[in-house]
Design a protein around this ligand. Sequence first.
Ligand SMILES: CC(C)(COP(=O)(O)OP(=O)(O)OC[C@H]1O[C@@H](n2cnc3c(N)ncnc32)[C@H](O)[C@@H]1OP(=O)(O)O)[C@@H](O)C(=O)NCCC(=O)NCCS
Length: 149
Amino acid sequence: MPDVTTDVRIRPLDELDLNGIVRINEKITGAYEPDLWEKRVMFYTRRDPGASQVAEANGKVVGFMLGDCRAGEFGLEEPSGWIERFGIDPDYRGQDLGRRLFDAICAHFKAEGATSVRTLVDQNDAPVAGFLKAIGFGESSLAALERKL
Ligand SMILES: CC(C)(COP(=O)(O)OP(=O)(O)OC[C@H]1O[C@@H](n2cnc3c(N)ncnc32)[C@H](O)[C@@H]1OP(=O)(O)O)[C@@H](O)C(=O)NCCC(=O)NCCS
């Protein structure tokens, strides 16, 4: 496993990161989805680039975390940070990159006046749920509800 702890750079998302994110997502899910990710990257960069960050090692994007700071939704009047999508290249996991991306985004959320950060997780996805617990997420009084249409 490449050791990137010393020379990794955490920085805001840029439109040019699209190819790197498509590649990481393909490694994680097996699906090559450039059009889908182009829409997402455009959305997050135009909305608030600092709320989405990438990890770059030797000029190559090896991780991403996409988020957003919003107010006035779900009865939450105060600004709240939301973590929406993330992925670390499997070759670069276990080196704190996920945590460092999260910390950088949280610093941005705080600067925007947010006092909490929220996300949704599939409780059946043990690795992602475990990561979110390890970086400090706990139960919320808000619950995700759904019904079939
Ligand atoms: C979950 C994920 C982001 C973790 O990234 P990472 O860089 O390896 O995580 P870090 O090294 O920053 O770990 C931070 C903490 O989370 C914990 N953690 C990481 N992966 C974990 C896992 N699979 N299960 C339990 N805990 C985990 C670490 O032990 C660490 O805790 P500690 O500091 O108390 O030791 C990465 O494995 C990933 O991208 N998974 C796939 C996500 C996905 O399915 N995305 C879909 C595309 S949107």
